[in-house]
Design a protein around this ligand. Structure first.
Ligand code: G3I
Length: 390
């Protein structure tokens, strides 16, 4: 089962399930893991055993606000517009979001097909509304993403485009970055352009096929020109898991640096599992990028536990997940110099909304920091402890 899961991850991370239902996945007997505020006891209602699993040495007197524990932005991926758990229509989540996070990223509504639905039409209203929410709550807005190969997020008109692709894509980037200049603090300019299974290292995306690898540098140049103040990221997955992919990325970045292509940082997506890659491997990949002077964001962190089809989040898994979250945050703090740490973003708030529940896995997943009732999981306390140096 683990193998199946890893295969799923190493495909471009998800196969969005069109096979019905959707709504957050899983069974109606969703177990709810609850954690007392001092994190010293964990109870999982649908776990037969009533064991108290947390062996945390440290006790909190109340639930700490994650953003207060960090010297860099603590971010969350949100749904917006008319999506199922939009922050504009699903108010029960707002107190938790506003307490813990000071940076937002749209999971869907700032992707290519949403912002640029037709060749001569850009659609900004939903993203502007999200920006308004971020401003009202003193949060940053990170833009995700200007160029991404994922088929359903490339607008149909673009797929059929027969003109000069380099000019068209430059215009796409320039228009969007111009609109959001002063609104977004940073952009994932290009997302997932590499493929370690390709001899060249480059994913055979439609952009690569039409323009060649130059589309990547063109995008950074166009973004910098249109918004000189936004921090520009190359965002990628499995660069901590695959040394081959990391090497391809480092070679690309070294080439860019030698030619002054304006890449400011790297987003490590980090959709990881409980055990792989090792913490040493994670540290090595952070260090290789940090040593080159790049800013590093952990851009999409989540840690699923259910790859072996367990139907409940057992206390053991909850504790392993806590330790895994903790050690990843500790690795980030240890290896990335303070002035290059630009944030940690979690890919969703509560387990029930995670993208993992939409990709046809055999069972529900619990990859995030909060239960569906917004109570913090042991995983939350793992992050809090690491941030607080406990
Ligand atoms: O909300 C509907 C639901 O009502 C319906 O039943 C269900 C059936 O398909 O779909 C639900 O919407 C889906 C939505 O995710 C739920 O959040 C959309 O179809 C689906 O397209 C959308 O997928 C997003 C995916 O990117 C494609 O844009 C995921 O939310 C989002 O988490 C995922 O994010 C990617 C990053 O951009 C890049 N890195 C990997 C990461 C995770 O896959």
């Amino acid at each position: 089962m683990k193998k199946v899961f890893m295969v799923c991850l190493s495909l471009p991370l998800f196969i969005l399930c069109s096979c019905g239902g959707g709504g957050g996945g899983g069974t109606s007997s969703t177990p709810t893991t609850t954690v007392s505020s001092n994190s010293s006891s964990v109870s999982t209602s649908s776990v037969a055993s009533s064991s108290k699993a947390s062996s945390s040495a440290f006790s909190w007197s109340s639930v700490p606000a994650l953003k207060d524990l960090a010297s860099f932005p603590i971010g969350m991926e949100v749904s917006a517009a008319d999506q199922e758990r939009s922050i504009f229509t699903f108010p029960s989540q707002l107190p938790t979001i506003e307490k813990h996070f000071n940076s937002l990223v749209a999971g869907v509504i700032m992707k290519m097909s949403f912002l640029h639905p037709n060749e001569n039409e850009f659609f900004y209203a939903d993203a502007d509304r999200l920006h308004g929410y971020a401003v009202d709550h003193n949060m940053l807005l990170h833009g995700h993403t200007l160029i991404w190969h994922w088929d359903s997020q490339i607008p149909a008109w673009m797929k059929n485009y027969t003109g000069d692709w380099a000019t068209m894509l430059d215009n796409h980037v320039a228009q969007i970055c111009t609109h959001f200049a002063g609104k977004v603090s940073s952009w994932d300019v290009v997302n997932e352009a590499l493929d370690e299974n390709e001899p060249s290292g480059y994913r055979q995306s439609i952009f690569y096929q039409r323009i060649g690898k130059k589309y990547i540098e063109n995008a950074f140049i166009a973004a910098r020109k249109a918004d000189p103040n936004a921090v520009l990221y190359y965002n990628e997955y499995n660069i901590e898991l695959s040394q081959t992919k990391l090497n391809f990325m480092l070679a690309m970045l070294d080439d860019f640096k030698s030619r002054n292509i304006p890449v400011d940082g790297v987003g490590f997506q980090m959709h990881l599992d409980l055990f792989n890659p090792s913490i040493d491997q994670i540290k090595r990949s952070f260090k290789a990028v940090a040593d080159r002077g790049y800013k590093i964001r952990i851009s999409e962190l989540d840690i699923p536990v259910n790859y072996n089809s367990t139907l409940v989040l057992t206390d053991t898994y909850a504790q392993q997940q806590k330790e895994r979250y903790k050690s990843i945050v500790q690795a980030y703090l240890e290896v990335v110099p303070e002035n290059q740490r630009t944030g940690i973003t979690f890919w969703g708030l509560v387990d029930g909304e995670s993208w993992y529940n939409y990709i046809g896995l055999p069972a529900k997943e619990w990859p995030l920091l909060f239960n569906d009732d917004y109570s913090p999981k042991p995983a939350f306390y793992g992050v809090a402890e690491a941030l607080a140096g406990k």
